[in-house]
Write a protein that binds this ligand. Structure first.
Ligand SMILES: CC(C)(COP(=O)(O)OP(=O)(O)OC[C@H]1O[C@@H](n2cnc3c(N)ncnc32)[C@H](O)[C@@H]1OP(=O)(O)O)[C@@H](O)C(=O)NCCC(=O)NCCS
Length: 157
């Protein structure tokens, strides 16, 4: 079940990040701490004994941005990312957001498939956003469509 992370989770989040991203793409514990300390953010996690998955969101008026979602390689394909993004959508909807936006690398098939399954569509492509030849798709999703029929409570805070 998704739960809200606190600043005490920053080191574990950085360790999870190292397990999920290539060196040039990783977030440090300090970056995670910054994410956890800002008022308009939600960092939501799934725990076993260690952290297995995390996602972070920022809300501003009608838009919530999905900043990052990551699942430990050993725990992929279990629906954890889908649950975390839905939890973020519920949290943002409670704060008046109507749409979720994100950027994803054009060759990240797992993430693209996940986002399309949740109802995201590509609204723009930023060429060379992540480096030469590495384009970003900007995707958006209507929150009402994503959260219809869900009932997850304990991420709200
Ligand atoms: C992308 C990522 C977060 C998906 O996490 P996950 O928990 O395995 O995803 P879920 O189990 O919730 O998958 C939901 C759906 O996404 C799609 N999907 C997930 N992984 C996929 C893959 N490797 N290939 C194709 N489709 C995939 C499937 O449609 C899946 O539904 P299904 O299992 O019913 O077929 C995970 O692979 C990851 O952490 N990747 C590295 C970090 C990253 O790139 N994050 C995204 C950018 S910030």
């Amino acid at each position: 079940m998704p739960e809200r992370a606190t600043v005490a989770d920053a080191d574990q989040l950085a360790e999870l990040d190292r397990a999920c991203f290539a060196p040039g793409e990783r977030w440090s514990a300090q970056l995670w701490r910054d994410e956890l300390e800002v008022a308009d953010r939600l960092v939501v996690v799934q725990r076993d004994r260690d952290l297995m998955a995390a996602a972070t969101f920022a809300v501003a008026f009608e838009i919530v941005d999905l900043h990052r979602v990551l699942v430990r390689p050993t725990h992929r394909g279990l629906g954890l990312a889908r649950q975390l993004i839905t939890a973020g959508a519920l949290w943002a909807g409670d704060r008046g957001a109507e749409r979720m936006l994100l950027e994803v690398r054009h060759d990240n098939t797992a993430a693209l498939t996940l986002y399309e399954l949740l109802g995201f569509t590509t609204i723009d492509t930023r060429r060379d956003y992540y480096g030469t030849g590495l384009h970003a798709h900007v995707m958006q999703c209507d929150l009402r469509g994503m959260t219809r029929g869900t009932n997850q409570g304990d991420h709200r805070g």
